[in-house]
Structure formats: structure tokens, C-alpha cells
Write a protein that binds this ligand. Sequence first.
Ligand SMILES: [Mg+2]
Length: 495
Amino acid sequence: MVNFPSPNEKVLPHNIKLDKTPSYHEKDEVCDRIIGSLLGLAIGDALGASVEFRPQQYLSANPVRKMEGGGTWGLEAGKWTDDTSMALCLASSLITENCFNPYDQMVRYKWWHKYGYLSSTGHCFDIGQATRQSISEFSQRQKILKIYYRCRSEYEVDRLSLDSVERINDFNINCGDKDSAGNGALMRLAPVPLFYFKNPEYAIEYSARSAYLTHANKKAIDACRYYAALIIAALYGYHKQELLDNNFYSKHRLWFGQESLHNDILEICQGSYKKGGYEQGIRGKGYIVSALQAALWAFWSDNDSFEKGALAAVNLGDDTDTTAAIYCQLAGAYYGYKQIPKDWLEKVYARDLIVSMAEWIHYRGSQLGLEYIKDEYILPMLTSIDNRKVSEEEHQQNLNVSTTSQSNHLKDKTRVNDNLNSQKRNNSNQSINNDRSFSSYSSSNISNNDITLSNHDHIRFSRLKRFTKNNQYDDITIKTHQYPFYRHMRNTDPD
Ligand SMILES: [Mg+2]
């Protein structure tokens, strides 16, 4: 069980202690790379924080050579900014929810913005314009949910299940603007491909959805898709020449589904960054095409040194922390945790928490088959029952039915595949919307005992009000996840 504190507890990241992953969790080379990528992101961010917004000319005269404090934000050496805070919000959601829950992700971004959740200082002090606008838009849109479900507080709205949220046609989780082509989605990307490392196709789809929440421009989305593919390939142990092969995209075209990449991103795939650095047009700017190009240029020219590449990314100037954070996500996955300079590992803020989160990502990602089975049968089933009271006996009956269904299901793998294909046929627009799709891939090795236990742990009943077409409210009963995080928050209403 992983419990993160609630935002109103104001626990700073270095004081957050997560339980260890189960003893049977094997921390292999992939785990080392996952830690390298997530911790690398934070290290790149911290390296560039003190000189954020400084032009290249300044850094040419005063190059960064070590992890320093002060400067732009006056942070202590090793402390990081919005890039890492948002990545940790995303990672905490994936770990806690054990699936891709975009509503929960936006809630956590809002907590960071509003309450300083998972900030190195306890406050949100650095935020991009597109991100700010999308979080603000999300907060506004939550009012629809608050009215619909008659929530009495922000806390109740925030803890709504994804299924409840998706049933409201007037509510759209995706708050990104079509014109938002900044690097704000790419800077926080890593947790998604790290979590879905077992399936590149889904890792890339979810990376697109992750970006879409705050940056809806196709360039921003496709940059995340392409970079997710590179991170996955790095986890798999690809050599650098394979990662930076100009034909990488065409060789792995199946990973990307039907949607091809934007031409500007395709040019980068084909090696537009392989040139002489700042003098030949590489820029560490906030524009997504520049940012992606700069990070890949640093990776291409780093002489197989994480340290050299990270410093080169910072010393391009401008959006120094983000360029380095993007570079380090890939470089950390490629070189692994052990290749990061010891001095930086010692200085980076809240290292133990980030390592622990990376281990949970690896553990959860390794166990996805189990979780997808859970989702297929335990995610909400909505029943409209007027004035119905759900008794404990009825609750238990439902659990038993659900467990029996799962047992039968596990014995019939063909049916799983039929369900999957049916879902894909019937709901092609939302195929990635649903973790259930994954269940067919690795369902056969799950014991029934695991599922029985998980039922008790994850199901709860909620009674909510549904606003009808006749301007009346119906009582509805919803079975949803028992969110461990929200259980922790229950008695600590931020309102
Ligand atoms: Mg930043």
C-alpha cells in the first residue's frame, strides 16, 4: 500500500516516507534505468534552476559546472522546480491509482498549484502559462461536477472517481489549448512511459493523453509520443545509435498506432538536431520543437556522459531547467541510475522519495496484468435505483458475484480477447480510455486469491445524486475503487 499525504497536511517531499515495495520485487536493470530517468529529471531540473531564463550569452561567459543554489529562484542547491513537481504529481497518481486516471492527475496538478503539493519549497513558484491556464480551466470546470453530484466541498469533488466524472457529458478533462505548443507536457512526461514500460503502444498513447490535458497542440503531443518511444527503447537496452537512428520512427511505426507524427517532429526524428549546437540553431527555448531538438542534441553529443550532456543542455541558456530535465529523462533511462555523478545524487532534493517512487513505478508496471484484471471487473458499475439502500449483505453478494465472474473469466482467456476486441470495435474513440484493454495480455497468471483480496480492498459504494432531464435528482449507487490516498484524506477536508 502506498500512501501519499494529503495536500493540506503540507508535508514537504523530503519528509514523505513511502512503504517499501514488496520483498519479492526484483530490482533489475530496468528498475535501475527507471530510477535513472525519474531521478535524472529532478537532477536536470535542479541543475538548471539557478540560471533559468538566462540567455546563452550569459551562460557562455558563466557556464554551469556543478549543482548550485541561488540565482533565479534563490533555491538551495539541489532543489527543483515545476518540472519535477508536476512529474511527481503524475507519478504519485499512477502509483496510487494504479492506472492512468487523467482526472486524478489534474487534481494533483491543481493541488501543486494551489497548495504547493510535492513542491520542493511547499509553494508553487514556477509555472508555465499554458499549464496555469489549463489548471485554472480545470478548477472552473469542476464546478459542473460539484453541482451535478451535490458535493459539499472541494475535497469531495477531487475524490470523485474517473468513471463518475466521465459520465458527465458537459465535463471535459482535457483542458489544454490547441495553440499550446510549449514544453510543459514533455518536461513531466517520464512517469508515463516508465509506468507502461511493458507495452510501448500503450505507453505512447497514454503519453499523448497526458500531454493533451494541458498542451493540446499536435506538436506538443507528438513530441511526447516520440520521446516516450525513445525512453521505452532506452529501458529495453537499445544502443544509442539505435535510439538516434534517423529511421527509428519508421522502424517502430507500429508502436505509434494510426496517427502519424507532425512534420516538425518528424524532422527531428530524422536527425535535424545532429549539428553543431547553439551556433547552428539549437535553442533551449520553451517552444516544444526547440526543446525536443535541444534535448536530443545534448544526448547525441554527450560522448556517453550523463554529466556532460546535462551541463550542455543547461548551458544552452533560456529554459535551462526544462531542457536539462527533458535530456535527463532519456539519458537517465539510457545510462541508468549508477552513471549519474555521485555529487549530484547527494545534492538532489528528496532523493529518497524519488527513488522510492521510481521503485513503485517499476513494481506497479511489472504487475500491470493484475491491475488490469481488477479494473475490468471492479471499476464502477452504475445503477440507477431510486431511494435504494445498499445493505452489507447486498454488498457482499456483489463481491461474490464479481469474484465468481473473475474466476470464470480467468479460465476463459478466449472470452477476454473477445471482450477486448468488442471494446475496440464498439469504442474505438476511447480505446485508450480504458485500462481494461490491457487485461488480455497477461491475465493467465493471476491467482484467484489475489483478486478476492483486492476486491475487499478496492470496492466501495457511493450514493450520489444524478440530475435528470426532468430537473430532478435521482439517487444512484456507484461501485468504485476504494482509493487508499483518499481514505487517508477522509478526515482532513481542505475546505
Ligand atoms: Mg522549471
